[in-house]
Design a protein around this ligand. Sequence first.
Ligand SMILES: [Zn+2]
Ligand SMILES: [Zn+2]
Length: 795
Amino acid sequence: MALDLHEIEQKWQKKWETDKVYKFDEQSKKPPFTIDTPPPTVSGIMHMGHAFAFSQQDFIARYKRMRGFEVFHPMGFDNNGLATALMVEKKLKIRQNDYSREEFVKLVLKHTVGQEKAMEESFRGIGLSFDWDLLYRTIDELAQKTAQYSFLDLHKHERVYQKEAPTMWCPSCGTAVAQAELEDKEVESTFNDIVFKTKDGKEIVIATTRPELLSSCVAVFVHPTDKRYEKLVGQKLKVPLFDIWVPVIKDPRADPEKGTGIVMCCTFGDQTDMEWYMAHSLPMVISIDQHGRMTEQAEKYKGMKIKEARKAIIEDLKEQGLLKEQKPIKHSVNVHERCKTEMEILHTRQWFVKYLELKDEFIVKADAIRWIPKHMKARYDNWVKGLQWDWCISRQRYYGIPFPVWYCKKCHEVAVADEKQLPVNPLKDKPLGKCKCGSNEFEPETDVLDTWFTSSLTPQINGHWAEKTKLFEKIFPMDLRPQGHDIIALWAFNTIVKSLFHQGKMPWKNIMVNGWALDSKGKKMSKSLGNVIAPKEMIDKYSADVLRYWAGLPTIGEDIPFQEKEMVAGKKFLTKLFNATRFVDGASKDLGKVDVKKLKLWPEDKWMLSRLNNLEQGATKAMDKYEFSKVLNPTRNFFWLEFADYYIEMVKHRIYGEENESKKAAQYVLRKVMQDTLLLLAPFVPHITEEIAQTMFKDVFKEKSVHLEKWPEGNKEKVDAKLEETALLAISIIAAIRKDKSGQGRPLNTPVKVATIKVVEPEKVEEWAETIKQTMKIEDIKFEKAEALSIELKF
Ligand SMILES: [Zn+2]
Ligand SMILES: [Zn+2]
């Protein structure tokens, strides 16, 4: 029977599903272990990062199940919000504004259905042990209800407010965004030395990368200690091209080393402009609109796009002799992480979650969570420390979850939905009561909620918190949040914020932060670099278990370059596992019932059992600490380098020999090691272990799946360190004899007349004499005391 991994995998995936092996039983008496699964964005494709991270999450889920927990392991898809809408816009080459809101939402939803199906198939294909009946989506009714319920709860506790304020704005997506959605991007730009003039016509040169903002210039700043401009402070300067006069103000935020040391402040060019605007109560002048076009304020440049205006203004400055010099520079700008467009700061009306004053609390309270690996907590802390804005949660988009909010047409008071109405669509539904002013006429809020406003509620969605179920009490706080390090600021942080506001506690006990799957050279995989390796390709070529094996090799949190040679090695290992089991099965099939205490064990038997218990103890400790690579690597090495390479060879003579107690003991140990090895490997390579368990070990594995068997914890009492040490010596003697034989060109099973073993402490290995003799076909064996190990063979 040849080993066909693909056939095995499909067979067991189907069987697990029909047998509901991973079904979560709410009524179970077992303690629950609950996992807050990250919902991948519905893009139609499972990429290598998914395969990598989800496999690691699955190792833990399977392990906990074997440890006797009732594992709550839902799968989710993120089909809500901007990411989804942008994906559909890009795929179909459309823009939301080409459609009515209703049409656009329908289009996006329709498109995501097919994408989700394709993804579901890929995720099933790597054998993840989800209870698919718990599947959730971030746009479905339950998520809508939960998000709106969360809003109502925050509203009740005055944690949300609405304000006209400067906000981060993406001109391409046409919406406000939150600080967490910004990315730094290094861009090439030009420093333009532009001439401002004093009242008496003196030229003052100011360097700027954004001359298109000249019409919204409200002040210029110099550093308080900058002698060059001391006399200017308090005077007014004329802005070039426009009839605008602005004051010169001193402020330590002006960098004397940058440009000419004197800098213009426009409302708003960047974050510092905002700070100046607040600190010095400057007027607000708006020259860019919500779609990234110049406003009336920009006079003749009105209607131009930002970059067009920049070009035109530079031309005009040149013509009028107001441009002194241009220097190319590279600097870092804020871009929108979704579309990479440079951010603007616009003054708009938005909804915010108020939390800036709680930064310290967010840091301290999150210490109650175990961060795996530990250093990821520092990334979280740094993010929280750097927070400068309250959380802007409104998006000026069509697709997303609506605010449960209306405004009174008469007095403009906010009216929120009643809990009973959820999920509510204010565009169609009406508030249940009248406004305080007596009016019955309302205007709906047309903005939608930030997608993270909903994604930050995954524990609450999965526990049906908004429906006030018992399930929520059972699963919250959740045991484990697995997620990537790139979204600590977005997902981990926002989820912590929400749970703290709603439940007054942390959402999980543990957070396991996975690293990235990189290309073979350690670069991030990306379409533009052409270095993307699709998991499907690797599964087709090697199998899902082999891909999972690869995901089990690195330490948690570590980025790992994808090396195909590891897939080759993984496949080799699985083949070895399969072949060795078939040997063991054949050699021990007739064992029957044994009384373990009465077995006559040889030193190698005791050694194997000691090693096995040692390994199991270490594996249990490591898995409890989420250090799965400290299980997979040692188990593979034990199985291959000790059990297969030595133990099996040592006991062959007993297996093929007479029926007696010695044979029984060997058979017992062979079977025991094989059986426990399967259990240790089951979380990592679930298909092949199931196949072996169900076809060859049905006598010992009584559950319907190996994944419902008990994890072998190992027994300290059964570890014999001394024996393991002498075993190493016996092994090195056998290795030396093997080397000698093959060095002389003789087959390994060539009989030896006399073997003289010179060794430092002969008394230590004498009890292994019979084992060594039988393994290496030696007639007579002699031990002599010597300074170092050496052997002499006579044939
Ligand atoms: Zn954008
Ligand atoms: Zn009113």
